[in-house]
Design a protein around this ligand. Structure first.
Ligand code: SF4
Ligand code: SF4
Length: 316
């Protein structure tokens, strides 16, 4: 791991859904959770990943084999069966650090997700975008889990605040308490997900239980943190969309003293990314939650005194 650098798998400008105003989104690699419905699977692991987009590959149309010759591990071979032109041994690629195959793929069918950056390099990009935000915008750190690389992210948050840049974070809050509260000291606006109120059910679909997350939310509110915190619930059918779970979530929010939630309808935007990583998206066939169900969930929260926004309807 390069010293004093953060691993960032994407930077997007002009976002209006991830905090107040127009924002630049910084996607940090690494996450302690393994949500089966994840829309950014290339950010799950704290490492660079090889992405293969078969539609761009000209092996069959132009006979290109440059990447086969470039790979020092012979991890790529021609696929004579099925629609995908190349077979890639992901096991052999696991520990690759050079990604030589991507350097000869002029069609960008092979790319690397994740770039190591210094804080100075990141701030240069943020400052470049600053002129486009207008009034009330800023930076949102997301991922992956932005606090998985806590030292780098905290340094970046601190640096942004020191030059009067508004900071937001989208975090799972699954991080050791002290680091979490320290990071939040440099955050002006936060989204935290609650994926399920039952610890075991939470573990079944995300790989971790929810105690640390709920404990961190409770501790943050109890600390008198003065900024706006919006809880988010990605609604997943047959997992967390039951009345029992929604009522338990509302009870938790009321107990802690939070009064708003953002419910997110499921989408399949992550599907193509799972394919680029050579993985099958577990939710490929899943149709998502109906509008009626979303309305029903919204009603359950509202009946319990919780303002509930659907999708990007959240007023900032
Ligand atoms: S170098 Fe790129 S375009 Fe050529 S065969 Fe490899 S992946 Fe396909
Ligand atoms: S990522 Fe590395 S090991 Fe995998 S195909 Fe490319 S060069 Fe070979």
């Amino acid at each position: 791991m390069p010293e004093n650098k953060g691993l960032i798998f994407d930077i997007q400008g002009h976002s209006v859904h991830d905090g107040p105003g127009c924002r630049t989104l910084i996607f940090m690699s690494g996450c302690p959770l393994r949500c089966e419905w994840c829309a950014n699977p290339e950010g799950m692991e704290f490492k660079q990943r090889l992405m293969y987009q078969e539609q761009k590959c000209v092996n069959r149309t132009q006979g290109c084999t440059r990447c086969l010759a470039a790979c020092p591990r012979q991890a790529i071979s021609i696929n004579n069966e099925g629609e995908i032109p190349l077979k890639i041994s992901r096991e052999l690629c696991q520990s690759c650090t050079t990604f030589d195959c991507t350097k000869v793929c002029y069609f960008e069918a092979l790319t690397v997700s994740g770039k190591w950056m210094t804080l100075e390099e990141l701030m240069r990009i943020i400052n470049r975008d600053r002129q486009y935000w207008g009034q009330g915008g800023g930076v949102t750190f997301t991922g992956g889990e932005p606090l998985f690389q806590k030292d780098f992210t905290i340094a970046a948050l601190k640096k942004c605040q020191s030059v009067y840049i508004h900071t937001a974070i989208e975090t799972s809050a699954h991080i050791q308490r002290e680091a979490f509260l320290k990071a939040m000291g440099y955050v002006d606006f936060a989204f935290i997900d609650i994926k399920h109120m039952d610890p075991e059910k939470h573990r079944e679909k995300t790989g971790v239980t929810n105690e640390l997350i709920l404990g961190n939310i409770t501790a943050l509110v109890a600390s008198g943190w003065p900024n706006r915190l919006i809880i988010r619930l990605p609604v997943i059918e047959n997992f967390n969309d039951t009345d029992t779970n929604i009522i338990a979530t509302a009870a938790f929010l009321n107990k802690v003293g939070l009064r708003e939630i953002n419910i997110l309808p499921f989408h399949r935007l992550g599907d193509s990314k799972w394919m680029k990583l050579g993985l099958k998206y577990p939710y490929r066939e899943y149709q998502g939650t109906t509008a009626e169900k979303m309305e029903h969930i919204k009603g359950l929260f509202q009946e319990r005194g919780i303002a509930c926004y659907t999708g990007s309807d959240t007023p900032f």
